[in-house]
Ligand binder design. Sequence first.
Ligand SMILES: [Mg+2]
Length: 221
Amino acid sequence: MSQQRSSIQVILIDMDNTLADFEKSAKEKYESKGFIWPDRTDFEFSDDTNLRPIITAKGFFENLDPIPGAIDAVKEMESLGFVVFFCTSPLTQYLHCVPEKYTWIERHFGKEWVKRIIVAKDKTMVIGDYLIDDKPNPEKGVLTPVWKHILFHQEYNKSLNRQRITDWCDWKKIIFQEEEEEESEYWDKLSESIKYENYSVDTRCSCSPGQKAWCICYSGR
Ligand SMILES: [Mg+2]
């Protein structure tokens, strides 16, 4: 049962290397064939002809392990009243990749959660409050995104100075901090927009104890 939140907050969550451990499985299979796994300093794989057959093979995506803590984190988000959608960009060679992503979600979350999958090559086309994604630059797309990007930590994005979740057990701290900052910015803008003499916006006004309501206070005579 979801808790009540003051407004709907939609969290979009990427799948590969955010929820599902693509990297671990790809590396194991790659090395099992006698290849040396390259240092991943870039998000994009180069045209690695040894890797391509591994990740396009039947069964690769549906058998990825969840990243530790990911499943519990998503369920906790829902229990706290957030609305979660999975937002995933499939391989262009989609034959196995796309259906297996659906299978993966059903296997780890249940059938109902399959309705929460959004397949989008360009995530700027998707509406939400936050996008948790290991990709360094998901904001590059046709539109200016409405969501705020929160990085999911991976080796290849570690140099980026951006808000990030390093471990799924930290998700609440990061999202709540973001919510507080957004709220603070909102009140600052509201205060700025109200310029009447002797009036001010007071977010801690005792007129509405315990609520995040706002009050325009008159301080004149
Ligand atoms: Mg990813």
